[in-house]
Design a protein. Structure first.
Length: 188
């Protein structure tokens, strides 16, 4: 079946393109969702107008969403999960869990369908792409760590703090004998 796309469709094409698709995909998804019309000779004549209108809308939408994309690129999410000895999770971190965590952390309503990811089933750092528009696809870092262990970002900061306290504690006893010896010398 040949269809003329009215809207941008991810992994298929941009508005104004004529594409050949499976009959079921066109009949059951594209046509009812008003993303495409049948590619008749009359519809093909309007393809240029559809392309120009869609390009103008795309530019406006990309300008608006660029602020959101910049904010999302800085986001790092961490999830604790039960895992076996090999680092394989007993369950998985799903796109819905990532979308909920993004909503909680940033306040932006990202749908799970916008996340370009498979369920995460191993420990470590993963990259997740978020489809805001056809052109804007920021990436975020998702770290999965073993439940019951410290978060990966915290051990770097926590040992640094006790070491400085230990250094200060070790410096203070060194300073105190100097002060006491300094106090004993003038008193003597």
């Amino acid at each position: 079946m040949k269809v003329l796309l009215i809207k941008d469709v991810y992994k298929l094409g941009r508005a104004g393109d004529v594409k050949k698709v499976a009959d079921g995909y066109g009949r059951n998804f594209l046509l009812p969702q008003k993303m495409a019309v049948l590619a008749t000779p009359g519809a093909i004549k309007t393809a240029d107008r559809i392309r120009t209108n869609a390009a103008e809308k795309r530019v406006i939408l990309n300008d608006e969403m660029s602020v959101v994309a910049k904010a999302l690129e800085k986001v790092q999410l961490t999830f604790g999960a039960r895992a076996g000895e090999t680092g394989k999770l007993y369950g998985s971190i799903t796109s819905q869990e990532v979308a909920d965590a993004l909503q909680k952390k940033t306040g932006y309503g990202i749908k799970r369908q916008q996340l370009d990811m498979q369920p995460l089933r191993t420990l470590g750092e993963h990259t997740v792409r978020i489809r805001l528009t056809m052109d804007l696809i920021p990436e975020i870092k998702v770290t999965v760590f073993r439940e019951g262990e410290a978060e990966p970002s915290l051990p770097i900061e926590e040992p640094a703090a006790p070491k400085t306290e230990e250094k200060q504690a070790s410096e203070q006893p060194v300073e105190q004998p100097i002060e006491t010896s300094g106090n004993t010398e003038p008193a003597a």
